[in-house]
Write a protein of this length. Structure first.
Length: 181
């Protein structure tokens, strides 16, 4: 099984200082922060669930680690990336606010743990991330949703997303900069 390196590192304070420079979003109930290595266990569990099928084929452990590191590295490489969504001390999911290979625009994506669903966390976290993205004034913000994932389609619509096309089998929803939630 793939797992992050957890050996003591004399440079850990450098990573901690870098994380402090990254955005932290706060809502009424949630904190959205940059990922830390300890978040990988939750990320791996969520991306191994049957519901991960909505993001393409259910990935293997190496692919999950590659996704985690890619989303995390975006902060340093591009200034965008994945937020870990926390309710108190519990990681309840992840929100992606950035660009992946093949994306047509800045992407807003979300994945909430099954035990934390139906509590409004996905909407609350995605709304905060969308506000953050809008503050950066990109040309476009989109969400890519599997046509079978009706729950995500409903959430994207609630956030103001309008279907504007398809990309590699996914529905593309665009967010107008003028529509505020």
């Amino acid at each position: 099984m793939i797992s992050p390196v957890t050996l003591p590192c004399p440079g850990a304070h450098i990573a901690e200082a870098a994380r402090k420079a990254l955005p932290v979003l706060r809502t009424e109930r949630l904190v959205l922060r940059a990922p830390v290595l300890e978040d990988f266990a939750v990320f791996q569990r969520l991306f191994s669930l049957p519901s991960a099928k909505y993001m393409g084929q259910t990935p293997g452990d190496e692919d999950i680690w590659a996704q985690f590191t890619n989303y995390s590295a975006g902060w340093v490489l591009r200034g965008d990336g994945m937020f870990t969504v926390c309710h108190g001390d519990t990681v309840v999911g992840f929100v992606f606010a950035g660009v992946e290979p093949g994306d047509q625009a800045i992407e807003l994506g979300f994945f909430i743990a099954p035990e934390a669903q139906r509590q409004g966390f996905a909407f609350e976290a995605a709304k905060a991330a969308l506000g953050h993205l809008r503050s950066l004034a990109p040309e476009a913000i989109v969400s890519y949703v599997d046509p079978a994932n009706t729950a995500s389609q409903a959430l994207v619509a609630k956030l103001g997303g309008v279907q504007t096309g398809t990309l590699e089998g996914a529905l593309v929803f665009s967010y107008s900069p003028e529509v505020q939630i």
